[in-house]
Write a protein that binds this ligand. Sequence first.
Ligand SMILES: Nc1ncnc2c1ncn2[C@@H]1O[C@H](COP(=O)(O)OP(=O)(O)OP(=O)(O)O)[C@@H](O)[C@H]1O
Ligand SMILES: [Mg+2]
Length: 351
Amino acid sequence: MSYKENTEYFVIKENPIILGIETSCDETAVAITKGGREILADEIISSATEHARFGGVVPEIASRAHTEAILTATERALKNANLTMEDIDAVAVTKGAGLLGALLVGVSFAKALAFSYNIPLIPVSHIRGHIAAAYLADKGLEPPFITILASGGHTAIVNVKSFYEHEILGQTVDDAVGEAFDKIARVLGLKYPGGPNVERLALNGQNVIKLPKMLGNNYQGSEFDFSYSGLKTAVINYVHGETQKGREVACADVACSFQHAAIDVLIDKAFNALKLTGYKTLAVSGGVGANGYLRESLKVRAEKENIKLILPEKRHCTDNAAMICAEGYLQYKAKNFADLTLNAQAVVDGI
Ligand SMILES: Nc1ncnc2c1ncn2[C@@H]1O[C@H](COP(=O)(O)OP(=O)(O)OP(=O)(O)O)[C@@H](O)[C@H]1O
Ligand SMILES: [Mg+2]
C-alpha cells in the first residue's frame, strides 16, 4: 500500500508520542511530546547571531542554517527523550506561514521521516502553534479563552472558542508589535533581535516621552484593531528631531515610553475582549509574550480583575517546536494528516 493510502488507516492513539519540527524563521527547533502536553524533549538551534550583523533575518542564510542543524536537533531531541524513531507515533511540522526556503527544510525533513517510518504527517499552522503554547503552560487548560497574539508578524486579539475554532476579534492594520520593537531597536542602535534589547534598555528609563495614541476616534474598524506604524514613525521622528537639535537622545526613556505605548494597548483591548465574551481566562502567545513589562502588568491586572492568566514560558513564546507538538496533537486527534504532496506555504490566510 502507498503512503497516501496508508493515511486512511493510521491507528489513533490516546497518548501519541509526537515529534514536532519548526523551521519557519531563524530557529531550527525539534521537540517531542507525549499526548500533546507532556514535553519529553525541546531543542532549539538558533542562527540569530549569524543574522545580527545584517540587522535582520537573511532568508538564504536561515535556510542553509536549517539544513545544517535539522539532523543534529532531531538526534538531540531523541537522545534527551531517551527514545528512537521507532517510538515516534507521528511527525508534526510547521507548513507556514514563514520564509519559504526555511519552511521547506522542515517540511522535506518531516516528509522523509513520515515516509520512512510509515507514521502520520501532520501539517501545522505556525500561528495556531503559537496559540497552542498555552496548553503547555497549563496542562488542564481548555477553551474558551482569549489570547493576545503578539509576534513578529502578527498582532491580534483572538477568541479561542474551541480547540479548533479561532475568531480574530481585531488585529493590526499595518505593522505587527514585534516588528515595531525590532524597528525601534534599530533606530536606537540596538542589535537584532530587537525586542529583548529594547526591554533591557527600557529598564533604565522612564515613561516620560509623550507618544500618540493609536487609531483615533474616527476609526471605523473593530474596537480590537491595532496600528503600530504611527507609533513607530512618532518614535523615529522624536529621535531624529533630538539629534538635529544637537541634543543627546535619552535612549532609555525612548525605549521605556515606546514599550508602554506598544504594550498597554494590548492589555486594555484584551481585557475589553474578556468583558465582551464573559470569559475568565486570558493567555498570551507569540514572541512579544516574553516581554517582562507585558507579563508583570498582566499579572497585576489579572489578579485585580479575577482573571486566570496563562503565561507560557518565555522560550515557548518565541518560535519553538513544543508548541508545534501541542497543536499537532489536536490535529492528530482530528486525523488532519497530509500525504507526501504537502508543500510549504509562505503565506497562510487567517490563523
Ligand atoms: N522580550 C521581548 N520584548 C519584546 N519583544 C520581544 C521580546 N522577545 C521577542 N520579542 C519579539 O518577538 C518577535 C519574534 O517573535 P516570534 O518568533 O513569535 O515572531 P515571528 O515568528 O518572527 O513572527 P510570526 O510568529 O508572526 O510569524 C520579534 O519581533 C522580537 O523582537
Ligand atoms: Mg513565530
